[in-house]
Ligand binder design. Sequence first.
Ligand code: FHN
Length: 407
Amino acid sequence: MLDENKRWFPEARYGLFIHWGPYAQYGRGEQVLFREHLDQADYEARARSWNPEFFDAKAWAKVAADGGFKYAVLTTRHHDSYALWDTKYSNYNSMQCAPKCDLVREYVEAFREAGLRVGLYYSWADWTSKAYWSNPDDDLDAWNKLRDMTHNQVEELLTNYGKIDVFWFDGTWPHPAARWDSSGLVKRMRELQPDILINNRLDAESPFTAAQGAVEFAGESKTMGDFGTPEHHITADNDRIWESCQTSTWRLWGYARGEHWRPAGLMLDYLCQASSQGGNLLLNVGPQPDGRIPAEFIDRSAKIGEWLKVHGEAIYGTTRGDITEFTTKGWQTLRGNSLYLIYRFWHGEECERIAELATPAKAATLLSTGQSLKVENRDDAIYIKGMPRVKPSSLFPVIRLDFGEPP
Ligand code: FHN
């Protein structure tokens, strides 16, 4: 059973993932250093001079709030090891380099002020480190320095920035939890922030990661952490809470110039699918190198935010629905005595037949318009009548079936 102080997470359903760092200057995603075998010294020199002149955390927070997101997770350090905060364990950070700004502090303060919960992403990986790419036994001093850097920086982030709601690890591979002392770090994290939710990317050699269909390079653990993190896919985990992370462009997480953007309907489909299976969606954006969020994302996110203003009760705070016959038409969620039918397409029929329901329905409401629909409870099924022939919503129409007093 989830602690009372952590139940906000599965109820929130919808989080904004933000991948941002000096790699955005290249416009080719967040892994350009590694994928294109760039010269480390050249990359670092360009990173040190990176200065996002239009960065405005309050503007980011407004986009998130308008989009209906309930929490956010910002990359504080990706695999290139550049830190977006004033860390004392490395001068390769946004305070000592060109921005002269603690970007993490700007982010947490602006998003809290906008009413969102704040999460921090931190990669165990340091692609600039020889020790990271070596067998730790070859040079234990170097390995221990790398591991201690990780522990110290995480402790800094959980000490100097107020209440942190989510900690999102990444990049354990190719080293197992024992090498990182993941358990020891998690123990310390819970001492510092008792209510924090920690994801499961804590062990590159977890049997779950390798054998049970997880995304093997994600370093997921089945036994450690508070929630699962299926990446680029939506796979329900019946044993614990989980959150699917998805990109808003083809598959890159960091800013990609000229990349194809997924349509708002597809992004919303991810959210409805995850919610219908009892999980969260962490939808990613990669801000531009100048600090602005791409207009293409703002446009799509606002459309979903508008839909959530009218239909959010079918998403936030719901649990999974499981009426098999409806699955060809859309997604379904449950909240108390209400069943929500989320239509991925509108068939234009005047009547909807829902079998498999033991309890007679008291009322049916088309959320998109507020219109009450006629309900007939017959022996074989519940019939909803009076549905408009024309699709009533720009994205996914929703019908709420009430089996008790309407919410
Ligand atoms: O290598 C990273 C990748 O750049 C990105 O940060 C994703 C987000 O979950 N995680 C790793 C790939 O699993």
